[in-house]
Ligand binder design. Structure first.
Ligand SMILES: Cc1ncc(COP(=O)(O)O)c(C=O)c1O
Length: 355
């Protein structure tokens, strides 16, 4: 039996598994004072809307939601509703969370078809959109209506701002809208230098129409924001949000979380830390015998291939998820609260088991 050191205090299962940052909890407690009008007619929500306008440097419309799946549905349902006719489809990659991990919520609630395109790195290219031109104007086919991309992607890869701009140009040229699933948008912003300019470069400046802006995976208790980047794209979104059951009556608690996260760019600092912990984990494990890892991770997830016999004992000691069992590939994910000690202890355990 291999002797393992004490397990890390925090496992490497998911950024979703982390708790909320104390500043977020404090903000929720502060927002708990007294009565506030419901459904967003409160000062915290007004402040949150103003903060997002400031963040994007434009008159964006913010709709807070309970979760990421709901944010995607609000964004897509509003977009589809703005297109002429009910025959439009959502184009995404085969890895897209909306296609793989939302239990068919988009198909069920939007009564739409998802066109899932192959993408080994979970990224679409303009040529794939252009190719869908063959469907346009043919009555036997759904019409491509919205392209949904994810940033950072489900495989932990990143689109450059130029790549997103090129996708937006092609999509708009074909009469399509562009949705960006940003459940991990903070990790992408941190990876691109951690500035507001970086955020704007691959969203509003690139031509994206609507963003699902994640919070829950980055230290919030539970809140996401749908950001419509121009006024026309937001038309009807307040009704759609209610129809798809994502209108929080006690909106102040969600708004307070984002207000704390956006204060002094805490959201970027948390994601930058999470990313740096993944980089450190890569540094400590990538040279170990039997551990097959790609290049340094762009954001906060690693997808190593491990000797088969190592996976179960390692997981029993410190939990993480499988990724592709046919290749003995697993996923290690860091979070805003992962510490250097957690990483060092985990790497020690990996080293002991592969030895
Ligand atoms: C890329 C992406 N989008 C959306 C979601 C949905 O988030 P939720 O679980 O809050 O519905 C997730 C959650 O894992 C995700 O990874």
């Amino acid at each position: 039996m291999t002797q393992l050191p004490p397990a890390p205090a925090r496992a490497f299962a998911s950024d979703n598994a982390a708790g909320a940052h104390p500043a977020i909890i404090d903000a929720v407690i502060a927002a708990n004072e007294g009565h506030a009008l419901a459904y967003g007619a409160d000062d915290h929500t007004r402040e949150c809307e103003a903060r997002f306008r400031d963040l994007f440097g434009a008159d964006v419309t913010t709709r807070l939601t309970y979760n990421g799946t709901g944010a995607n549905i609000v964004a897509l349902a509003t977009g589809l509703g703005s297109l002429p006719g009910p025959h439009h489809a959502v184009v995404c990659t085969e890895w897209a969370h909306i296609a793989v991990d939302e239990t068919g919520a988009p198909e069920r609630t939007l009564a739409t078809k998802l066109l899932e395109l192959p993408a080994p790195d979970a990224k679409l290219v303009p040529e794939q959109l252009a190719e869908l031109g063959r469907l346009q104007g043919v009555q036997h086919h759904v019409q491509p209506g919205i392209v949904s991309i994810t940033q950072a992607t489900e495989l932990g890869t990143l689109y450059s701002a130029d790549e997103i701009a090129a996708l937006c140009d092609t999509a708009h040229g074909m009469g399509m809208l562009v949705h960006l699933d940003g459940a991990r948008i903070a990790n992408a912003v941190a990876a691109f230098g951690g500035t507001r300019a970086a955020l704007r470069s691959f969203t509003i400046d690139a031509g994206v129409d609507v963003v699902s802006f994640g919070g829950t995976k980055n230290g919030l208790l539970g809140a996401e924001a749908v950001i419509f980047l121009d006024q026309p794209s937001s038309t009807g979104s307040e009704y759609v949000r209610k129809q798809v059951t994502q209108l929080p009556s006690k909106m102040r608690y969600l708004a307070a979380q984002f207000n704390a996260a956006l204060e002094d760019d805490l959201w970027i600092r948390l994601a930058a830390h999470s990313n740096s912990m993944a980089t450190e984990l890569h540094r400590l494990t990538s040279a170990l015998p039997g551990v097959e890892l790609d290049e340094k991770p762009p954001v906060n997830s690693l997808f190593p291939r491990l000797p088969a016999a190592v996976i179960e004992p390692l997981r029993d000691w410190c939990f993480f998820w499988d990724w592709d069992t046919s290749r003995n590939q697993v996923r290690w994910m860091t979070a805003w609260d992962t510490t250097p000690d957690d990483v060092a202890a985990f790497a020690e355990g990996v080293a002991a088991l592969v030895a």
